[in-house]
Design a protein. Sequence first.
Length: 81
Amino acid sequence: MVATETHDREAQLRGLLDKLSAYVEQFHGGTVEFVSFDGKQLKVRLGGACLDCPLLPSTLHGWVEGTIHQFFPDVEVIGEQ
């Protein structure tokens, strides 16, 4: 993938994560933070109320990853602590 394409996709992913984080923050008290993107793997970190929530894996893999895959099916989403 060309560097400008990676940069454009990163910008799009950041925008999508901002929207996801705003929703999670407003309705659940948590956050979704962009960590890095290498063209294939997107690393995110959940914070706020998500840290102590037993549903963190479901939120990460079911909701965040599922939403990312709707728009970017080839991107692997990895959660960091």
